[in-house]
Design a protein around this ligand. Sequence first.
Ligand SMILES: *Cc1c(COP(=O)(O)O)cnc(C)c1O
Length: 422
Amino acid sequence: MKREPEWLQAGLDHIWLPYAQMKTAARPIAVRGACGARIILEDGRELVDGIGSWWTSVHGYQHPHLIDAARRQLERMPHVMLGGLAHEQAYRLADRLAAIAPGDLNHTFFTESGSVAVEVAMKIAIQYWRNIKGEARSKFVSFKGGYHGDTFATMAVCDPEEGMHALFASALAPQHVTDLPRDAQMAAQLEKLLNAHDDIAAVIVEPLIQGAGGMRLHDAQTLQRIRAACDAHNVLLVFDEIFTGFGRTGAMFAADNAGVAPDIMTLGKGLTGGVAPLAATIASKRVFDAFYDDDADKALMHGPTFTGHALGCAVANASLDLFETQPRLAEVKRLETALRTALDPLRDHDHVADIRICGAMGAVELTQPFDVEAARARFIDRGVFIRPLGRVIYLTPAYTIHDEELDMLTAAIQAEVAALAS
Ligand SMILES: *Cc1c(COP(=O)(O)O)cnc(C)c1O
């Protein structure tokens, strides 16, 4: 094996890594490049990527259409600010998102990260009620097992116990984090909560899959119950589709799959196919109209430096081209079937608590905690990159992954589960 590149140790002395105890974290693996569903390591080995760089790489790495779009945009201009200036890519992208987004979600605000997209959704929801009725509503209802970001407003709507943010509790605005209404009785609980408080601006939920909280699923009826409760109590509904958007659940958006349209939707992760950081908050006409006024005070006062970043928007447009011209949603269906065939049989295993599959996401929840670092090393020995979330080993591969590559991923999980028995 080749020696580690010199930059790794030099940088490790100075970089601060995400979600990592810097003293004890396993040494990161140096990567030279990536192609399709594969990561090419500095030492020459290749790993099949089961995660797709935090769920972003929906078309696979180095897709020529995305890379071309990025190159062409760089040659023109990486960016000019949207304050007073306009460029084609952000405007085209807003127009195209309006055409494909569920319901009458028609007005897009661009940010650079998912957490900020959720923050913008929360600001819009609060100001909506002030703009239309002069009401001071500042509270949100969200759900146990949920994850909406790492910033202060978003930490407050994450699961307070299972999330990573318990230590900040006293610094957060208290919100209502309750059970998903998985049945009529739980729906009554949600109704009761909405009834008891007249300061709730919106309900926020990750539709169909709660991702970072452990790839937990709920059904379309759950979302229909939430929609009905929001309508009955005149509260806005936000779908955080940062993970589920762009085909992951088998439809372009989970909202389409569930037949429910929210009032505000957030997008990120797969928006640029993993090429550039870009996120979006899309509001319905009804919500946007509450801001559209002669009164300057009714404007949305938000403006990240890089809002509508031209390079990011160019790649997002190219990604939408691929959804139009390539059979992406059919590929997700094919992946769903393959994941089911490979992972469902593990259900009978003593150490397996649950198998969850939805579109291009397959998860195996184990009954007990296990040594994640050791498992990661064994996965690498088997030629795959898989990064479990606690007791949940999951796959969120590129939709374009080849059958043999997917087989390597599922075989690695099967072997890992089998090894638990011995
Ligand atoms: C990843 C994620 C976020 C946060 O996005 P960042 O780009 O990491 O800030 C928010 N909500 C959901 C559902 C996510 O999966």
